[in-house]
Design a protein around this ligand. Structure first.
Ligand code: PHE
Length: 467
């Protein structure tokens, strides 16, 4: 099978595809909401430390095992562990995780798709009203948009790796970044925006609680697409002469730059539009915040470029965010699809349809979790609160499982596959890696303090979240 495996056409194609997968709702929605919720600067600082000190080595590990085994995550764990039953379980987990992440990711992508339509056809004043979001996510229209998004995902994935992912990423990610930068400049020139910049950039160390630290780590993992088999799968498509360490660094830098810029847009916007914002109240922030403040920014643009101009900017922006979300959704969903094709020898089409139907059903339950249907809205109860179906999927597969999967991959590469195999594989195609400071850091950390920190955060999250 490995001989026939598709490969990325060019190195830059791989980097852009990996960055296209990495840049998504996590950067544009999750990160600014996380920063607002968790004390601004303190969160940003922890996030940056986690990305470069912990996530980057884990990213190398994932890409490298994938490239060596040339298999889906399950096959990778199986092959490199000589078929050990315990490790197969880790493989299963790294297929189940992206599938369940795709479930809630689908729902948020659907909302973005909906806002794109509303921005094109509707009124920015309405979108900027804080009540609109709640009304929107509980309207039956959501299911129409869900059908649209599902059809798009199907069409892209049916096209295969090269055509689908590489093309979309190459064109759209740079445009999105440019547009973000322009909007940041606009927001920063508004009154009181500097209060938001201060909140965002100056860490208040008294805010560094365990839950802020856990939140920053989950967000970093999610944003870089770690712990969900993505980079193992992507790694399996990288050619032997690609420089994995360098590519990983570029992906991490790009992804972090986009998240940082999104934060620099949203937090100053909050303080500028609501000058009385009390930073303590921001701990209640939720995803809806982004869907209210973005339209507010576009509405404010009206005075400079007119209503039609502002609507056009809003539509273009939502279009680009939608593409960022869909490239991510496609790459998450590709993991279980590729695994099913490989493990059960079914056709791409069959795998897509089978898993797609389950995805849409579970995504539908999530979409009904916001008041539409009582059963899904008050699905269960833990940590002193009612939890919806959406909350459960989100809590388990975003906040809890990612550090566990990270821990498993570290232990796997260092103690099962063995350090010398990892190093040998990492050096392939990377002439400057061997003996570099970075290589020494990876070598020292991946078998020691990185898994320890990940295990502590996992256990801590379980205790804080569910009890
Ligand atoms: N990293 C993506 C984001 O930040 C989410 C994602 C997860 C994408 C898994 C692909 C795979 O939105």
């Amino acid at each position: 099978m490995s001989g026939a495996r598709e490969q990325f056409g060019t190195r830059i194609g791989f980097i852009l595809a990996a960055a296209g997968s990495a840049v998504g709702i996590g950067n544009l929605v999750g990160f600014p909401v996380g920063a607002a919720k968790n004390g601004g600067g303190a969160f940003l600082l922890m996030y940056a430390i986690f990305v470069f000190a912990i996530c980057l080595p884990v990213m190398l590990a994932e890409m490298t095992v994938g490239r060596r085994a040339r298999k889906d995550p399950l096959g990778t764990y199986r092959e490199l562990s000589n078929n050990s039953g315990g490790w197969k379980l880790a493989g299963w987990l790294s297929i189940l995780t992206p599938f369940m992440i795709a479930v809630f990711y689908l729902v948020i992508t659907v909302w973005i798709f909906g806002y794109l339509f509303e921005a094109v056809t509707g009124d920015l004043d309405v979108l900027a009203n804080p009540d609109t979001f709640n009304t929107f996510i509980n309207s039956p229209k959501v299911f129409l948009y869900m059908a649209g998004v599902s059809a798009i995902v199907y069409l892209i994935l049916q096209g295969g790796v090269k055509e689908g992912i590489e093309k979309a990423a190459k064109l759209l990610m740079p445009s999105l970044f440019l547009m973000l930068l322009i909007l940041v400049v606009f927001v920063l020139t508004r009154e009181n925006a500097m209060a938001g910049v201060k909140f965002y950039l100056i860490p208040d160390f008294s805010k560094l609680t365990a839950s802020v630290i856990n939140g920053a780590l989950s967000q970093a993992f999610f944003s870089l697409s770690l712990g969900m088999g993505i980079l193992i799968t992507y790694g399996s498509y990288i050619s032997k002469d690609a420089d994995v360490p360098n590519s990983a660094k570029l992906v991490a830098i790009t992804d972090t730059a986009v998240a940082f810029t999104a934060g620099l847009l949203i937090l100053p916007a909050i303080f500028s539009f609501n000058p009385d914002t009390n930073p303590a109240e921001l701990s209640e922030s939720s995803i809806g915040m982004i869907f209210t403040f973005l339209p507010k920014i576009f509405l404010a643009l009206q005075t400079s470029i007119g209503y039609i101009g502002a609507s056009m900017v809003a539509s273009l922006f939502f279009l680009l965010v939608f593409f960022a979300a869909i490239t991510s959704l496609v790459s998450i969903f590709e993991v279980p699809v590729a695994a099913l094709m490989e493990e059960k020898d079914v056709s791409r089409k069959k795998a897509l349809v089978m898993l797609g139907l389950i995805l849409i059903a579970l995504g539908g339950f999530c979409a009904l979790s916001f008041g539409f249907v009582e059963f899904f809205t008050s699905f269960t109860h833990y940590a002193g609160a009612d939890k919806s179906f959406f909350d459960v999927v989100y809590d388990v597969f975003y906040d809890t499982i990612l550090p566990l999967n990270g821990f498993l991959i570290c232990i796997f590469v260092i103690y099962r596959w063995k350090r010398h195999n990892l190093n040998e594989a990492l050096e392939e195609g990377a002439p400057n890696y061997k003996g570099s400071l970075f290589a020494r850091y990876v070598n020292m950390s991946l078998g020691t303090f990185i898994p320890v920190i990940l295990a502590v955060i996992f256990i801590n999250t379980v205790c804080l979240k569910y009890f």
